[in-house]
Design a protein around this ligand. Sequence first.
Ligand SMILES: O=C(O)CCC(=O)C(=O)O
Ligand SMILES: [Fe+2]
Length: 311
Amino acid sequence: MSRWRDIVQSLGAQPGYTLMRGVARFRSVRYAVGRSRSVLHGSRLRACLADCEARLKQSVFADIDRVDFVRRLREDGVAFGLKLPPEITREILDHAAQSPCHADRRPGNGFRLADRAQAEARLGKPILVAQYFNAATQSPAVARLLADPLLRWIAASYLESVPTFVGANLWWTFPVQASEEDRDRHAHLFHRDVDDFRFFKFFFYLTDVEPGDGAHVCVVASHRRPPMLRMGDRWNIRRYTDAEVAQSYPADQVVEVCGPAGTGFAENTLCVHKGLTPTREARLLLQLQYALFDYGVMHDQRDPAALQMIA
Ligand SMILES: O=C(O)CCC(=O)C(=O)O
Ligand SMILES: [Fe+2]
């Protein structure tokens, strides 16, 4: 009953997004919408790719075989090998040190990194996730990545459409004893995202991520084969236990992505994935998401007047 109430509420608040999630869980629908959009965009897509190619020299990413990158993203659902220049990593880290982040991604829960203990005392619980809002407008380095011709080329080529940038998200994951509720809420349990008919995300680590530092975990090639353990699992959108994932895929397909600060990759998060809860160091992650349509639910733009501090 409450599931239906949630759906009705969500239909009222975000009708386009809710309807998309209802139908985009079916592979045939994803395919049909993706292909139609691609045909519609034909000449505009070619112009977009040509424009990116003409500007490729301005990219901050060197030595990327972009065609191979997109091929791997298509086949494996994930493609590795991006590397941020150290000055961009440094600039985003500086922005993170100076600007307020927001516990549980709530605009009312602002605090500066140095005041995390006070913020936890105010909230009466450990903070697992804290997000910066308005990253692209507040950090010129993030804005520069959004304009990067290589990233845009990859997005256009992978989506086979003029890409719609649907949101930047910059957030910390802290090494704390988090509640199961917070771990679930913040995607630390395996799941698949149905964010559009076609979509993907760039991930950039701004801190070194070694085992214990909250790595992103992805099941390679699972975008084409969800776990099928319960009735309707082909379409269900749900959380999976580690045991269910271990039971469904060979161990070498479950990849814990580690790497030094600056490490970047792209993933279609229709793949089964999760963030690990750090046990050693905090992780700062920048995510840039591209899709066919913008439902207005992924972005980090908040009215500055609504941002409040708790510490
Ligand atoms: O924190 C992570 O690595 C996982 C985030 C996630 O689930 C997502 O970006 O879709
Ligand atoms: Fe996710």
